[in-house]
Design a protein around this ligand. Structure first.
Ligand SMILES: Cc1ncc(COP(=O)(O)O)c(C=O)c1O
Ligand SMILES: Nc1c(O)cccc1C(=O)C[C@H](N)C(=O)O
Length: 414
């Protein structure tokens, strides 16, 4: 590429950054110098507010208020309060979202409760290429309840559902963790409902970056991570959504005292609490919830519609840069708007390519078997970052820098 063409791309990047200035929250985050962080879809970056909220929860609330903090700092009601804030980001009404357990446990609760709402049905559908925990949990629930697990890709789900009468539940990821493909939540949910089935959605890769529209799409249940785009920190609690019409019949498969109507009555019988509180189990991870609550303030004053526009612009511009720079790795992520906030590329030496990028300060990740996965967390990445990352990727590929990394032993966590 000529110097002039690169200069033109640089100008376009600055123009796009100025068009999207209203959604720039870079100043709210702490990122190391010299790093372009393209892994916010695995572990979101730390914000000043998350750090301060965690510090306050430890030093003042725990340190000084001690046990009084359950009331004085509203620890007890934090799962529902923070759930409501996430609900605003994913289009769910107040009182339908709770935070607390991991995504895996939340998914178990949702699927188990949902399957039991369709006792006359025998089949649960999920995507064979889902993030593995989703397949494992779905299989486990089917085994426990005597149901059949059918592995049907999301692209075939509507056809499988049409005219059927055996499906209890369709459980899918909104955005594919590997390819970044965005699936049509409303279309699959509608197809499930048309046959009397329910629909559960994993929003790990869409919450905070896509207009999820749980109510608008008619979703029955949903779960999602707190530590990816929402930037709640490592191991941040997940969230669980139960649509209002299902709250009354929602039977938590883990009957704990936090989901009890009167937990401090200390009675041995289990009376489920009203509303989403019945989806709680045990003592919530207060410090993690505090960090997550702080992190969510990055969305204050923002509309997810605008965040989504910025995300599409960033990923679209990155692909445009790859094309212009002649980086000819196949782009696995849809080029149209049916994508989340990542760009995944194929390379036979994908692991080595990612290591070579990391050596240059561009942090992405590798996914089996041959995927270079680059996440664009819109709140703290710019179009200038996207261009710089594309130039680094070109240099790694054209300069065959990955060859030096080829024999590197794989890290435990990739
Ligand atoms: C789609 C999806 N579901 C679930 C998880 C993880 O669940 P957990 O938070 O329980 O580790 C991930 C990532 O780890 C994911 O990408
Ligand atoms: N949860 C993770 C972890 O504890 C360690 C490393 C990575 C993760 C992830 O979240 C991976 C992520 N779900 C993915 O999409 O690949």
């Amino acid at each position: 590429m000529s110097d002039d063409a690169l200069t033109a791309l640089g100008k376009r990047a600055r123009d796009l950054d100025s068009d999207h200035a209203s959604t720039d929250r870079r100043g709210a985050f702490v990122l190391p110098e010299g790093v372009i962080y393209l892994d916010g879809n695995s572990l979101g970056a730390m914000s000043v507010a998350a750090r301060d909220a965690a510090t306050d929860a430890v030093t003042r609330q725990w340190g000084q208020q001690l046990i009084r903090a359950w009331n004085d700092s509203a620890w007890w009601t934090a799962p529902e309060r923070v759930g409501d804030r996430i609900g605003e980001l994913v289009g769910a009404p107040s009182g339908t979202v709770v935070v607390g357990d991991s995504t895996t446990v939340s998914l178990f609760k949702a699927l188990h409760a949902a399957a039991r709402m369709r006792p006359d049905r025998t089949v649960v559908l999920t995507d064979p290429d889902s993030f593995p925990t989703d397949v494992h949990v779905t299989r486990g629930v089917c085994d426990q309840l005597g149901l059949s697990l059918e592995l049907v890709p999301p692209g075939d789900a509507v056809a499988r559902l049409e005219g059927s009468n055996d499906v209890a539940l369709a459980s899918y990821s909104h955005v594919d963790y590997r390819t970044g493909q965005l699936w049509d939540l409303a279309a699959i949910t509608d197809a499930a409902h048309a046959t009397g089935a329910l629909a559960c959605w994993d929003l790990c890769h869409s919450a905070g970056v896509v207009e999820v529209g749980l109510t608008a799409g008619g979703a029955d249940f949903a779960v999602g991570c707190g530590y990816k785009y929402l930037s709640g920190g490592p191991g941040a609690p997940a969230f669980l959504f139960v649509a209002p019409q299902h709250l009354r019949d929602f039977t938590n498969p883990i009957l704990g005292w936090n989901g009890h109507a009167t937990p401090f009555a200390m009675t041995p019988d289990h009376v489920p609490a009203d509303g989403i509180t019945r989806a709680r189990v045990g003592t919530p991870p207060v410090l993690g919830i505090a960090a997550l609550e702080g992190a969510l303030t990055a969305y204050d004053g923002l509309d997810v519609v605008d965040v989504r526009r910025r995300s599409l612009s960033l990923t679209g511009f990155f692909i445009e840069c790859l094309d212009a720079l002649g980086v000819d790795l196949p782009v696995v992520t849809p080029r149209d708007e049916a994508r989340g906030s990542q760009v995944s590329l194929r390379h036979p030496d994908a692991y080595a390519v990612v290591q070579a990028l990391i050596a240059r300060g561009v942090i992405g990740d590798f996914r089996e078997t041959d995927i270079v996965r680059l996440g664009f967390a819109p709140l703290y990445l710019s179009h200038e970052d996207a261009l710089a990352a594309a130039v680094h990727l070109r240099d790694v590929v054209v300069g065959r820098e990955f060859e030096q990394e080829r024999f590197r032993q794989r890290a435990t966590v990739t």
